[in-house]
Design a protein around this ligand. Structure first.
Ligand SMILES: NC(=O)C1=CN([C@@H]2O[C@H](COP(=O)(O)OP(=O)(O)OC[C@H]3O[C@@H](n4cnc5c(N)ncnc54)[C@H](OP(=O)(O)O)[C@@H]3O)[C@@H](O)[C@H]2O)[C@H](O)CC1
Ligand code: K
Length: 500
């Protein structure tokens, strides 16, 4: 698993600091000086024409980084105004940075924006522990409303590194410079938006500290799952490549199932079948070519088709409706022996709103693995006890409680495994907010799972591919486009030339 994609919580980051310092490689003030040096290089490179910098420092080590920045800029002859909010603890690294700084600080209450100056926000970073007080909120607001560049050290002051939530108020940065690894708060909204562009600086913390920290959160990028991505082999036939099936809704709502089926097929399932009620067979048949069709109205029908040709993955929910035997289908699939994956989306999630525990018991007792792909509304129906917790915690807890891989959809989709691993998607985009896009996602995940890709990895890959396809297409995207956008992405992932 790729080390570079690790996300560290603020407390894990503090541990990384401690481990580095105790190894004797560099002391705390040394790390702070390197942090300051990196920030100054970026400031000079990116803002060569500003008249000066206003450096705003808090009482902790985030402020310490700010004092180092102020010193280095002054030593280079750059105009600096320094503002402090609180004083560093005696004996702390931040106090050393104050003592070494050649200019004195005014109180933050004296601050007002000066045209032509850029702001260095070093008030709070990883140590933010409560909502901003009025003095810091006033400055955050003034900077947000002014036409002024803001560069935040580690995190925009007010944004929690643990989960991207705003504590009271927050700065909105143009650029955020963090150290060693991203934190979840850089990727989770609203933190992500408030960070502006985020860069990660190497300040000499060795990767070896990650071993004892054993992180459980990652950025969802191809190196996370590329090693598990299914590679077709010459000796496979269509069913051994993977058989994915999708339940269709009634005659007036068959499109969602076709979108999911196309997603599964384009993701590489060798065979894809739509299970359709008799009333919708004609509609489906008129619009399918490579996708197969079977009649499934009842649990007995389902038993029959599964016995005839066991699927490796099922998609249940898209466009299905709540009246037909959706719960019975889900429970029957889970209780029937045999491996494979059940992807439950949309109506399949809502259908269990009155008895989520029955679903979770069935999932935990099943030989099959389950992926649940709720958006916020569907999530709240199935996990009402988790309302009020932050998104990251909700997704992780939902995976643990349900025994399913959870895809909590949003601009910062979270993919949580029951074993505690979490990936945060970073390539989401506005084009995906279009009817039917979730149906394609459920199908792509099923298509990858049908090829026996490990489930959390398959789910992460599906979410990434789906978003990447939309990003590359851009404006005008409709869900119908998405399956056809997958082949070039697959070719890149598989490095097709090497397979031939
Ligand atoms: N991680 C690294 O590799 C390096 C990080 N550096 C920088 O250090 C900060 C983290 O420093 P830390 O001292 O732990 O935390 P902060 O500076 O962010 O803030 C802690 C102090 O601020 C007080 N605080 C927090 N929130 C509030 C608030 N809302 N209102 C008032 N005061 C607040 C807090 O007080 P407590 O009472 O909670 O203790 C602390 O006094 C990291 O972000 C990096 O920038 C190193 O310099 C380089 C290596
Ligand atoms: K900050």
């Amino acid at each position: 698993m790729s080390n570079s994609l690790v996300l560290l919580t603020p407390s894990q980051m503090a541990e990384a600091d401690r481990l580095t310092i105790s190894s004797g490689a560099v002391d705390g003030y040394g790390l702070m000086k390197r942090a300051g040096q990196t920030i100054v290089s970026e400031l000079l490179r990116r803002y060569p024409h500003c008249n000066g910098f206003d450096v705003l420092c808090g009482p902790g080590n985030n402020g310490g980084d700010g004092y180092v920045v102020a010193r280095l800029l002054v030593e280079m002859g750059v105009m600096v105004r320094l503002f402090a909010h609180g004083s560093p603890r005696p004996g702390s690294d931040a106090e050393k940075a104050v003592q070494d700084c050649p200019i004195g600080a005014q109180s933050l209450s004296q601050f007002s924006v000066l045209q032509g100056h850029a702001i260095v926000d070093a008030i709070y970073g990883a140590g933010l522990s409560r909502p901003l007080d009025d003095a810091v909120s006033r400055v955050a607001k003034e900077c947000r409303n002014a036409d002024v560049a803001v560069i935040s050290v580690d995190l925009p002051t007010g944004v929690s590194g643990a989960d991207g939530q705003v504590l009271g108020d927050a700065f909105a940065a143009d650029l955020t410079i963090t150290f060693f690894r991203l934190k979840p708060g850089h990727l989770l909204e609203p933190g992500r938006e408030l960070c502006g562009e985020t860069i990660v600086a190497n300040i000499g913390i060795p990767d070896s500290v990650l071993g004892p920290i054993a992180p459980r959160n990652w950025i969802n990028q191809p190196p996370l799952w590329r090693g598990d991505f299914p590679k077709p082999r010459r000796n496979q036939h269509k069913y051994s490549r993977g058989h994915a099936t999708v339940f269709s809704g009634g005659a007036f709502s068959t499109g969602a199932a076709r979108l999911a089926a196309l997603g599964a097929a384009r993701a590489g399932a060798g065979a894809t079948t739509i299970y359709s009620p008799a009333s919708a067979i004609a509609v489906n048949a008129a619009q399918l070519t490579s996708i197969m069709l079977a009649k499934v109205d009842t649990v007995d029908d389902l038993e029959e088709v599964i016995s005839a040709r066991a699927p490796d993955a099922f998609v249940l929910g898209p466009g299905f409706g709540l009246r037909r035997p959706i719960r019975e289908f889900a429970i029957s699939i889970l209780q029937r022996g045999g491996g494979g994956t059940l992807v439950m989306d949309a109506d399949a999630i809502t259908a269990f709103r009155d008895e989520p525990a029955a679903l979770f018991t069935a999932i935990k007792g099943s030989e099959r693995a389950v992926v649940l792909t709720p958006h916020e509304g569907e999530f709240s129906r199935l996990f009402p006890d988790l309302i009020g917790k932050v998104r990251l915690e909700r997704a992780g807890e939902a995976a643990r409680v349900s025994g399913a891989v959870i895809v909590l959809k949003g601009p910062d989709t979270i993919i949580a495994s029951p074993d505690g691993r979490i990936a945060i998607n970073a390539n989401g985009n506005p084009w995906l907010a279009t009817a039917g896009s979730g149906d394609v996602l459920a199908g792509v995940i099923a298509g990858l799972a049908a090829q026996k890709m490990p489930l959390w990895e398959a789910t992460c890959a599906g979410v990434w591919l789906h978003a990447e396809a939309a990003t590359r297409f851009g404006p005008g995207l409709i869900a119908d486009d998405l399956p056809g956008l997958l082949p070039p992405l697959l070719a890149e992932l598989l490095e097709v030339d090497q397979l031939l």
